[in-house]
Ligand binder design. Structure first.
Ligand SMILES: [Zn+2]
Length: 446
């Protein structure tokens, strides 16, 4: 332990065994020991005692649209990863679409990796994309280290990323199951969407009616049937409809390999409070009613929903028009996700241990990074967040780091302030001051 370079102490360290006063010893960017709070400090190590502030493992956000290259005016690796670091996220996995090119061939993956290199303030990995015509590219992408594949069951919002019909979904899923990969799915059924009233205009109630719960429920049912038939591993992205939860619980009880995520905006915002014309709240599937939100919280508590991720999906402000039908859909949540979720979680009697499980441990497990990320324990990367859970702040868009400072959280008072974030033993942000980028590009572990 004589080579320890850093020792972090806190009265409240969140470990897999619970919260306790502890001393976290770091060498070579890795946690080498978790000792009692008053343990002797190795000679020569930098010692930081954060006192009553909480030390928690860096969050792993497996659902981020960085959009770089191609739509860099929407977001980019530099700005997105700064927002992540400021929000306590130390690993993000980039979605294959909204960048041009999308991550659908190994060549395109290399383009994205080249662009991200040197700009990443946190560790970055990549999902691949499953399109109607790229089944032959899936295995090479898997071999090149993507963490899994994303598909849409309804139009994605961008022309270069078409959705899969049921037949093509089966084909892609069979291929992915053949090499032991995971397919992550935007589950809304296009026929239900087409049949729903498409009013357009600025009324949020009309937008909500245009993306009914049944569209999600049906798509989830189809996905479960395909996963069962092919013995494939699937993951439901950004679940909003609480009505799909019984189907998922039942499938899992039958042994179907299905996991589920939801997002901070579905857990913290409600349809009832979205002002008409307020396109910063538009996302697909939509933010639903308060009663639906409680179903999601219950499912997090009982384990039916595994994890919480941002689905950070920005655009330029001019694309957020007051017509909900044509406005860009996507909510920018990277910097605020931890505080937003914690604010609502604590009101419902959850502890920070629960939030860490949903936003760090389980997301690390989803992408197979759970030997390196997602917990404060010996052998893991020293990705650490100093968090003041009882402090509050009011969201000021000017203080956000993502490129276009559009936010659905403006003016809200949230609990929990990220004071500092450490990536592999180096402090990458403290009180709003950033170091040069120190993030690495990650590949799948296995
Ligand atoms: Zn997304």
């Amino acid at each position: 332990m004589s080579d320890a370079e850093l020792v972090l102490r806190s009265r409240r360290v969140i470990t897999p065994e619970g919260t306790r006063a502890a001393t976290v010893v770091v060498a070579g960017g890795t946690i080498t020991a978790v000792l009692p709070y008053d343990a002797e400090v190795p000679a020569g190590a930098l010692v930081e005692d954060v006192g009553d502030d909480v030390l928690l493992p860096g969050l792993v956000d497996t659902h981020v649209h960085v959009n770089d290259p191609g739509r860099t005016e929407w977001e980019g690796f530099w700005t997105a990863t700064r927002a992540a670091a400021a929000g306590g996220i130390t690993t993000l996995i980039d979605m294959p679409l909204n960048s041009i090119p999308p991550t659908t061939t190994v060549g395109h993956l290399r383009v994205k990796q080249r662009v991200a290199a040197g700009k990443a303030h946190v560790d970055v990995g990549f999902w691949g994309g499953a399109l109607p015509d790229n089944v032959k590219d899936l295995r090479p992408l898997h071999d090149a280290g993507v963490f899994g594949f994303k598909a849409f069951l309804a139009p994605s919002g961008v022309d270069e990323f078409p959705h899969l019909d049921q037949e093509r979904l089966g084909r892609s899923l069979a291929e992915i199951a053949g090499f032991g990969g995971v397919l992550v799915v935007h589950a809304e059924d296009p026929h239900h969407l087409a049949a729903a009233p498409q009013q357009g205009g600025p009324r949020y109630a009309d937008f909500l009616a245009s993306r009914p719960r049944a569209a999600e429920d049906t798509a989830v049912a189809h996905l479960i049937a395909q996963a069962k038939r092919l013995d494939a591993r699937v993951h439901v992205l950004h679940l909003s409809s609480g009505d799909a939860l019984p189907l998922i619980a039942e499938a899992r009880a039958e042994g179907v390999r299905i996991t589920v995520e939801t997002c901070p905006h579905y857990l913290t915002l409600t349809a009832e409070e979205v002002p008409d014309g307020a396109a910063e709240f538009k996302c697909c599937p939509p933010i639903r009613e308060a009663a639906n939100r409680e179903l999601l919280w219950r499912a997090l508590a009982d384990g039916t929903i595994d994890c919480v991720v941002t689905d950070h999906s920005p655009s330029t402000a001019d694309l957020k028009t007051d017509d909900f039908a044509t406005s860009w859909g996507g909510i920018s949540g990277l910097q605020l996700s931890l505080s937003a979720v914690w604010t609502e979680a604590r009101r419902r009697g959850h502890g920070l241990e629960d939030v860490v499980r949903w936003m760090s441990a389980h997301t690390a497990r989803l992408v197979g990074l759970d030997t390196r990320k997602g917990a404060i324990e010996t052998g893991r990367d020293a990705d650490l967040v100093v968090f003041a859970p009882d402090e509050t702040f009011t969201v000021d868009p000017a203080a956000l780091q993502h490129r276009n400072r559009v936010t659905a959280y403006a003016g809200r008072t949230l609990h929990g302030v990220v004071r500092a974030t450490w990536l592999r033993g180096e402090r990458i942000v403290k009180e709003g001051e950033f170091t040069e980028p120190k993030g690495r590009l990650l590949g799948r572990d296995d």
